[in-house]
Ligand binder design. Structure first.
Ligand code: CP
Length: 319
C-alpha cells in the first residue's frame, strides 16, 4: 500500500478488517523498540483538533517502534496550495516545497485537514491532502480530510464484523441533530467502506441532508427514521451539515435524537458513533450508557486499525 487516503488504496479490504480484529483479539499492549518501524519516523500534521486519531495513531506508531512527531499546524507557516500562484498574500510556503522538505526528514506522514464548509468545489477536490500526496516522496495517511476518514471507517468495519462474523448485518446510518455545522467525511467514508465490504446501508436524514451520489450509490435512502430503524442490527449515528445549501445547519429537530424508544424498534441493534458525541443532542444518556452502545469499544479499536495500516505502509518503505 503506497498511501492510505481512501478505501481505493486497499487491495483487499476484508483482509485488512480481519487483521484489525485479530490484533484486537491478541490483546497485546506493547511498546516495541525493535518492531518493523524501528529506525523510522512518523510526522502527524494537525490542521484541526483531535483526541482519538492523534492518540491512537501515535500509540500505534510507537508500538511498531517508530519515532513520532506531532505538529499543530496553527503554529506553523501558512501553506499555499494553488499551483503557479504569485505568493504575495498570506501564505508563506508552498505545499510542494513543504512536502519535499518533510519527505527528507520522515518516513510516513499523517494529515488531518477538515473542509472549509464554505466552498463545496474546493472541499470536494480535497486539495490539501491530495496535493501533499502528489508532491511527497513518502506514504501519507489520511487522518480525516475534507472528504474522507478512512482510519475511522476501517475501525467501524472491524467493529461491525467483530459482532457479525456469520451474517451480513442490517445497517442504518442515521443523521442526528447537532448545533454546529459538521464535516461530511465520517458519513461519506462509512458508506464508501461499507460498499467495499458489499454491505448495503439504509441512510435516513431530514430534507436537505442528502450526501453526494458518489457515496450513496449502492445504498438505500429511507426518509422516515423510525421505518429505517425497524429490525436494524447496527445503528450508526452521525451528524453532517447540509450539502445543498452547502455547509449549513438546516435542522436541529430533537425528534431526530436517538432514544431508547427508537432503539426498541431495532433487532436488539447496536448503537455506534465515531465520537466526540454531544450527549442528549445526538443520543440520550440512556442510550449511550446502555449495553447496546458500543462507541467505547469502537474508539478502542482505533489503535489496532492504525497499527495495521502503518504495518502495511511500512512494508513499502523498505523495512
Ligand atoms: N473519531 C475521531 O476521529 O475522533 P477525533 O476527532 O477525536 O480524532
Amino acid at each position: 500500500m503506497k498511501n492510505f487516503y481512501s478505501a481505493a488504496d486497499v487491495a483487499d479490504i476484508e483482509r485488512l478488517v480481519d487483521q484489525v480484529i485479530a490484533l484486537k483479539d491478541q490483546g497485546l499492549r506493547t511498546t516495541a523498540t525493535q518492531g518493523p518501524g524501528s529506525g523510522k519516523r512518523m510526522l502527524l500534521l494537525f490542521f484541526n483538533s483531535s483526541l482519538r486519531t492523534r492518540l491512537s495513531t501515535e500509540i500505534a506508531a510507537r508500538s511498531l517502534g517508530m519515532e513520532v512527531i506531532s505538529m499543530d499546524m496553527g503554529q506553523s507557516w501558512k501553506w499555499e496550495i494553488t499551483p503557479g500562484v504569485v505568493m504575495s498574500a498570506d501564505s508563506a510556503e508552498h505545499i510542494r516545497d513543504a512536502a519535499q522538505v518533510i519527505s527528507s526528514y520522515v518516513d510516513i506522514v499523517g494529515i488531518r485537514c477538515f473542509p472549509t464548509l464554505q466552498d463545496r468545489a474546493a472541499d470536494k477536490r480535497d486539495a490539501l491532502i491530495k496535493t501533499f500526496i502528489r508532491h511527497a516522496d513518502v506514504p501519507v495517511v489520511n487522518l480525516e480530510s475534507a472528504q474522507l476518514h478512512p482510519l475511522q471507517s476501517l475501525t467501524d468495519m472491524a467493529t461491525i464484523r467483530a459482532h457479525f462474523a456469520e451474517k451480513v448485518p442490517r445497517i442504518v446510518l442515521s443523521w442526528a441533530p447537532h448545533p454546529k455545522a459538521l464535516p461530511h467525511a465520517v458519513a461519506q467514508s462509512f458508506l464508501q467502506w461499507a460498499g467495499a465490504m458489499q454491505w448495503q446501508v439504509t441512510i435516513t436524514h431530514p430534507d436537505g441532508y442528502a450526501l453526494p451520489e458518489d457515496y450513496t450509490r449502492g445504498h438505500h435512502y429511507e426518509p422516515d427514521q423510525r421505518k429505517a430503524l425497524t429490525d436494524a442490527d447496527v445503528v450508526y449515528l452521525k451528524n453532517w451539515s447540509s450539502h445543498d445549501p452547502y455547509g449549513q445547519v438546516l435542522n436541529t429537530d430533537p425528534d431526530w435524537m436517538m432514544t431508547t424508544e427508537k432503539m426498541a424498534l431495532t433487532n436488539q441493534g447496536l448503537c455506534m458513533h465515531c465520537m466526540p458525541i454531544r450527549r442528549n443532542v445526538v443520543a440520550t444518556d440512556e442510550v449511550l450508557d446502555s449495553d447496546c452502545c458500543i462507541m467505547y469499544e469502537q474508539a478502542a479499536m482505533r489503535e489496532q486499525a492504525a497499527q495495521v495500516v502503518l504495518q502495511e505502509l511500512l512494508k513499502d518503505t523498505g523495512s
